[in-house]
Ligand binder design. Structure first.
Ligand code: ADP
Ligand code: ADP
Length: 229
């Protein structure tokens, strides 16, 4: 079962050809790591999956539905896709619980009580159930990133995208975030991670995709990738 499909996708930023004829099929439950040098289009590729970037040519399908049409149609498709960024993007003047309930209440029209129940469940899942009433500034970077993961989970996505989720973290906090990602990977959710954490790639990925100058230049199972450099 194909969950994400790119068909001949091209994207330009002005004159700059950022994605060159990308073809990609991701199966349900597959865990993909995308690596490659800075500026090779990794971030652009995954941002297209939840329509943070628009493409100029080609088609993208999420669960057989094309990511195109009216704003409402696009929103509906994107609802299946959660994303975690390098920066945590939490609202500093809101508590952790308030941050997590924002989208479920306003976008999904969930009752506040229900949203809080779900938020607490996911905060526990990422190991910080006791931090719900704190403000982001009171948490470490690793804890804030786990909040950001919980926030994505609160929308019950079928697909989770990670864009260098550990790059802004101090070394001692990287492991606590990777541990949560490993656990999510084991839960069977479809994951695409842009990361330089090769240990994570090796132990978790079903497939490693290597990009360079806007192209997918190689796709391999991790054991092939790491044994034949
Ligand atoms: P990566 O994630 O592999 O570092 P990106 O997808 O962020 O690469 O960027 C790919 C290329 O597109 C880079 O050369 C970058 O400068 C360029 N780029 C990214 N975003 C924009 C933008 N909003 N406007 C113009 N160029 C951009
Ligand atoms: P990353 O490589 O981690 O994706 P970048 O530092 O390349 O991040 O880009 C950070 C932000 O700046 C992104 O939102 C991207 O769209 C924007 N950006 C990157 N390159 C350019 C560029 N050449 N012109 C305008 N915006 C850019």
């Amino acid at each position: 079962e194909i969950t994400i499909e790119f068909k001949n996708v091209n994207k330009w930023y002005g004159d700059f050809h950022a994605l060159k004829d990308i073809n990609l099929k991701v199966h349900k439950g597959e865990r993909i790591v995308i690596c490659g040098p800075s500026g090779s289009g990794k971030s652009t590729l995954i941002r297209c999956i939840n329509h943070l970037e628009e493409i100029q040519e080609g088609r993208i399908y999420i669960d057989q539905q094309e990511l195109a049409g009216s704003e409402k149609q696009i929103d509906n498709v994107c609802r299946e896709v959660g994303m975690v960024f390098q920066q945590f993007n939490l609202f500093p003047h809101m508590t952790i619980l308030e941050n997590l309930c924002l989208a479920p209440v306003w976008a999904n029209k969930l009752p506040q009580i229900e949203a809080e129940k779900i938020a607490l469940k996911h905060l526990h899942r990422v190991g910080i159930g006791d931090q719900a009433d704190k403000y982001p500034g009171q948490l470490s970077g690793g804890q804030q990133q786990r909040v950001a993961i919980a926030r994505a989970l609160c929308m019950s996505p079928k697909i989770l995208l990670f864009d260098e989720p550990t790059s802004a973290l101090d070394p001692e906090m990287i492991k606590e975030v990777l541990d949560v990602m490993v656990e999510l990977a084991e839960s069977g959710i479809t994951m695409i991670c842009v990361t330089h954490e090769m240990g994570f790639a090796q132990s978790v990925a079903d497939r490693v995709i290597f990009m360079d100058v806007g192209e997918i230049i190689e796709e391999k199972a991790p054991y092939e990738f790491f044994n034949n450099p």
